[in-house]
Design a protein around this ligand. Sequence first.
Ligand code: TA6
Length: 277
Amino acid sequence: MDNNFVELDLAEGHSAKVCLFGATVTSWMNDGREQLFLSSCSKMDGSKAVRGGIPLVFPNFGPWDNGPQHGFARISWWKMINNEKADGIAKAQFTLKENETTLSMWNHKFQILYDVEIKPGTLRTSLTIKNTGGDEFDFTTLLHTYLRVPDIEKCMISGFAGTRYTDKVSKQTDRSEDREEIRISSNVDSIYCNTKEHTLKGPGVDIEVEKYNLPDTVLWNPWIQKAKEMSDFDDDGYKKMVCIEPGYVHERKVLKPGEEFICSQKLSVVNGHQSSI
Ligand code: TA6
């Protein structure tokens, strides 16, 4: 295993891999089947954010005056604190704190602990963001999860009905979502506010997404043209993925000195091992 990767291995076909660059989960195998999408031309060497898996967005979702889009978390080298396996659970913890690079963009002291945990049927990823400095700061954060599907056009995504959203493709804000099930057959880039859990269902895929302290969810598929425009994204990759991205993005979260914010997602493979609580 490349030194830049940490492996969580439960045997029996349950495993995960985390790239220390961005603490990006790049693989989650459940019952021997890969659940996450990773572009075959993704960089993994620190030259740019991993294209796939679960990139971490902090301290800013979207375009940022202080630095690169989606902030510095996904383009920083994280440190692994521990990697343990017990009682049918494999979990690893990673940390990132301020450094010369982050301070040059965002002059605040912080510590993030990132926990990645797998057991048969589930992957849980949790962020603990702490203000370790002497001044208040605000941020947005998001788990930019790329889920793998055999064929996106045969999938249905639910959990958005009755919520408000911004459609970045049509540039319409404050739209009302009334679809119980969303099918994707074009470029989708929508920021939904106050959603609950989501499901992704289709031939060969049945995933439940549960969230804690992440009220918003971004739904994204680049589709044909934007897939071609991304040098690190397979031209036909749009057929094999959808991003269902739990986030705290509609409002900015404020942390006073010493305060911390904990948020997480739990992904469960529904047909297969039932996710135990
Ligand atoms: O989460 C959706 C989004 O904000 C899209 O607008 C698109 O930019 C995507 O993130 C990927 O962004 P990236 O900076 O990774 O190319």
